[in-house]
Design a protein around this ligand. Structure first.
Ligand SMILES: *Cc1c(COP(=O)(O)O)cnc(C)c1O
Length: 275
């Protein structure tokens, strides 16, 4: 933490944030049915003072989409915050990201180049590996990043030649400073709030099953997953403000909630005329 002082919030805003954070936590606990998923509070575009108010309520995991914004906030805010990068990852930004002392997880990794960049630039002072999640484009939309999902019905040769498997295998064989922690998807927005569950969540689960099987075959690879009841598992990051309950019912380990906590976002372009 530097000497920059974060301005104090109004008491109205403080109680507004306390209220929304409490409501989200309650909804998560209900949908998680006894499990304890991680809530990442997505604070993009929101001021450091908002983050500090949530921090004072015990929130420690925060997600940001823009590298410079993350760097600036990390500098001003407590160093036991666990920062998650959830934006588009350009490999030329790997060095800056890897240098943030309390960067906890990169959720949007999808290339060998970016993996190498992160692995290479993690400072020797860092004592724990950097968690990475591989982003999967479960909905197949052009606008979404990430690698193609895997299917249980895929042939061994198509699994072996998939890009997702290639990145995963590269991490576990050539990136000792990274820890392949799991998979992440954004998925298509599904309007219905009824019993209709989002297909994307099922696709991510199936992808995990296939990938876990591939990784388990490599006995040398240790820097992936976490031990759950004697079996190595990859975690799943899925679900946002509009669909986190459905994601939790489908088995999400990490949900990423922005507007549900902080309210709607004003796009940067709306306030700054031309940058
Ligand atoms: C912005 C963002 C979120 C949060 O979205 P909300 O709808 O505001 O909850 C979650 N994940 C990613 C990748 C995002 O970019």
């Amino acid at each position: 933490m530097s000497s920059v002082t974060v301005p104090k919030l109004s008491s109205e805003r403080t109680s507004e944030l306390a209220d929304s954070l409490t409501k989200i936590r309650t909804r998560i606990a209900k949908a998680a049915d006894g499990r304890t998923p991680t809530l990442v509070a997505v604070s993009k575009y929101k001021p450091a003072s908002d983050i500090l108010a949530c921090y004072d309520l015990g929130q420690r995991d925060f997600g940001e989409n823009y590298v410079q914004e993350l760097v600036d906030k990390a500098r001003q805010l407590p160093d036991d915050i666990r920062w998650h990068f959830i934006g588009t990852l350009q490999s030329n930004k790997a060095k800056v990201l890897a240098s943030i002392p309390n960067i906890h997880t990169i959720q949007t990794l999808s290339s060998v180049k970016a993996a190498d960049g992160l692995n290479k630039h993690i400072p020797s002072t860092r004592t724990v590996p950097l968690n990475v999640l591989l982003q999967v484009n479960t909905s197949g939309e052009d606008a979404k990043s990430g690698r193609e999902p895997l299917r249980l019905s895929d042939s061994p040769s198509s699994i072996a030649s998939s890009e997702l498997v290639a990145v995963a295998q590269h991490i576990v064989t050539a990136c000792p400073r990274l820890h392949l922690h799991g998979l992440m998807t954004i998925g298509a927005l599904v309007e219905s709030l009824s019993g209709d569950e989002n297909r994307d969540f099922e696709v991510l689960k199936e992808t995990r099953e296939v990938l876990e099987r591939v990784l388990s075959e490599d006995k040398e690879a240790t820097n992936w997953g976490e031990e759950v009841e004697g079996k190595k598992r990859l975690v799943l990051s899925m679900g946002m403000s509009s669909d986190f309950e459905s994601a939790l019912r489908a088995g999400a380990d990490i949900v990423r909630v922005g507007t549900g906590i902080f309210g709607s976002r004003q796009l940067k372009g709306d306030t700054t005329p031309s940058t």
